[in-house]
Ligand binder design. Structure first.
Ligand SMILES: Nc1ncnc2c1ncn2[C@@H]1O[C@H](COP(=O)(O)OP(=O)(O)OP(=O)(O)O)[C@@H](O)[C@H]1O
Ligand SMILES: CC(C)(CO)[C@@H](O)C(=O)NCCC(=O)O
Ligand SMILES: [K+]
Length: 249
């Protein structure tokens, strides 16, 4: 079994797969190294032989996580590192090491699945878009605040925007103009995300006509589904790229 980790800025997404056929044994989302250890250890008949990690955290935090995994499971975790080119995709950054590894791996995974031009829209703590042309050239992308950041900026910098998480979730059952603070903020932020997605798709269309695939991933992907009806929702797109970057056999 192989442990796969996607360490974002707010959460760690994890899953355990069988090494032989990549079938999924278990998985989840946690908010700390200790919670990860507990969740993975709770899997019945766990037999880890390796681990691969993609992280957008600091090197120190990623090393600390590797140490925790070594102590807990006696495995040497392999961390995906930046490269200029892989699997037919060329990193489009002037300084290739600066491109977030989650973005790079999602782009690798998307190009592999699409076998042609593709647009990746990843909606997490940050909202990201990346463009890969049919010849594998990564053209670059965009980074904006995602839903959690937009929401928390409004809460932090205003005195009268206050509401709880449960009412936030209820508020987005429709996107009609809000008649309460929670509805106005939550629906407004969802419309911002949808506008982001629509603009990226327009841009892809200007570049490539109809000859491209849109991938939607990240925890808040479901919120923009209706704005991107043609998109393939692939929640584990980063893991697809991670397996390509860190083959363990
Ligand atoms: N089970 C869940 N636990 C936590 N967040 C969830 C869950 N399901 C959906 N979400 C949503 O996903 C968002 C976080 O997305 P994601 O996990 O992709 O972020 P991240 O990887 O930490 O961020 P980034 O990729 O920008 O570094 C939150 O806004 C949250 O509302
Ligand atoms: C943009 C985030 C924070 C999204 O997780 C991550 O991809 C990152 O830290 N990137 C480095 C900056 C960049 O991609 O230009
Ligand atoms: K992420």
């Amino acid at each position: 079994m192989i442990l796969e980790l996607d360490c974002g800025n707010s959460f760690i997404k994890w899953r355990v797969i069988h090494a032989a056929d990549a079938t999924i044994v278990g998985g989840g989302i946690v908010d700390s190294d200790q919670a990860l250890l507990a969740a993975v250890a709770a899997l019945p008949s766990l037999r880890l032989k390796g681990c691969r990690i993609v992280s957008v955290r600091s090197e120190e935090e990623t090393d600390a996580l590797r140490a925790v995994l070594y102590t807990g499971f006696a495995i040497q975790a392999q961390v995906a590192l930046p490269v200029r080119e892989m699997a037919g995709v060329r990193n489009g950054y002037e300084d290739f090491e600066r491109l977030g590894m989650d973005r790079w791996l999602a782009a690798l995974g998307a190009f592999h699945l699409a076998k042609g031009a593709c647009l990746v829209i990843d909606l997490g703590t940050a909202a990201k878009a990346d463009f890969v042309a049919a010849d594998g050239e990564h053209l670059g992308g965009y980074i904006c605040p995602g839903m959690p950041l937009m929401r928390s900026q409004l809460r932090t910098h205003t005195r009268r925007i206050r509401y709880d998480d449960a009412s936030a979730e209820r508020a987005v059952s429709t996107l009609a103009p809000g008649r309460s603070t929670v509805e106005a903020v939550e629906r407004g932020c969802v419309l911002m995300l949808q506008g982001f997605a629509r603009t990226q798709i327009e841009q892809a269309r200007a570049l490539w006509g109809d000859a491209f695939t849109v991938f939607l991933t990240g925890g808040d992907a479901p919120l923009v589904r209706e704005a991107a009806p043609q998109a393939r929702i692939v929640p584990d797109l980063v893991f697809v790229g991670l397996a390509m970057a860190c083959p363990l056999d």
